[in-house]
Design a protein around this ligand. Structure first.
Ligand SMILES: NC(=O)c1ccc[n+]([C@@H]2O[C@H](COP(=O)([O-])OP(=O)(O)OC[C@H]3O[C@@H](n4cnc5c(N)ncnc54)[C@H](OP(=O)(O)O)[C@@H]3O)[C@@H](O)[C@H]2O)c1
Length: 249
């Protein structure tokens, strides 16, 4: 076992140049042992290996967040580790812009499952564990990644907005139920394109057209998550919105 005294978990991790991976690196740099969840073994193994190479402590945690049994098994693995869970982040989400009349019921349901149901399943498994450990962790946060679509449904984003909007409402309910029990529940709205591998691979020209700092920098987003995590409980934030300085909103 490494010298890390507490655990962190990020659900929904992909490439190194992505928000999920950056949040994992940041938690490790703060001295936590990080469980790196995702559904693609090679990607999460690479992120965990990178963290270890950099002197941190991490382990891959393979599970599809839409699979209840797999999520419960993953959270049981975290519990078996024995260290208190200080920070859990639900970051899973893949977007697929499409004209409303082209969205099939299957696509609509699948997107909702990843964006919203996965947040429900992971929270149902995580909250009882975190509440059992309140005396062993310096602080405990349960955070979620939102998007512009958490607040408004734009043309071409019906399925994505339905999922993100619902996730946001669920997060508000969790915050009001579990905040008084010491669990800091928070939601970070990313209102713009993230300058990471996902957008670079598919929409490089779009990102370039935004110019310098026109896309959100993953390290800068991670700064905001950790600022929120370190807040004193007499002044907690439920929701933050982040956008590039030149974003039209
Ligand atoms: N990219 C943007 O411009 C943007 C803008 C606003 C908000 N956001 C939000 O920010 C978050 C992170 O976005 P990102 O683009 O930077 O991606 P990321 O953090 O690099 O990766 C998110 C990962 O979630 C994983 N995932 C998807 N479905 C999953 C499932 N069922 N079970 C487990 N893991 C799953 C994907 O894994 P695989 O790679 O293996 O499929 C994906 O790589 C998302 O919540 C997204 O909605 C992104």
């Amino acid at each position: 076992m490494s010298q890390a005294e507490t655990n962190a978990v990020v659900f929904g991790v992909g490439p190194r140049q992505g928000l999920g991976a950056e949040l994992c690196h940041r938690a490790a740099a703060r001295g936590m042992h990080v469980f790196v969840n995702g559904r693609t073994a090679e990607k999460i193994e690479a992120v965990a290996e990178d963290i270890i190479k950099a002197g941190g402590s991490a382990a891959p945690l393979l599970a599809d967040v839409t699979d209840e049994a797999a999520v419960n098994q993953a959270v049981a693995e975290i519990e078996q580790d024995g260290r208190a869970l200080e920070l859990a982040i639900y970051n899973a989400g893949n977007n697929r812009p499409e004209k409303f009349l082209d969205v099939t019921a299957e696509v609509f349901e699948d997107m909702w499952k990843v964006i919203c149901l996965g947040g429900f399943l992971t929270s149902q498994a995580l909250v009882p564990l975190m509440l059992k450990q309140t005396d062993s962790a310096p602080r405990q946060s349960l955070f979620f990644t939102g998007a512009s679509a958490s607040l408004r449904g734009k043309a071409g984003f019906s399925a994505f907005a339905a999922g993100k909007g619902a996730l946001r409402m669920m997060v508000q309910s969790l915050a009001r139920e579990f905040g008084p029990q010491g669990l800091h529940v928070g939601h970070v709205i990313i209102d713009g394109a993230i300058d990471g591998e996902k957008v670079r691979e598919r929409f490089a020209e779009y990102l370039d057209s935004k110019g310098e700092d026109g896309g959100l920098d993953i390290a800068a987003i991670a700064d905001a998550f950790f600022m929120m995590h370190e807040q004193h409980r007499s002044a907690w934030t439920l929701e933050l919105d982040l956008r590039p300085f030149k974003e039209d909103f």
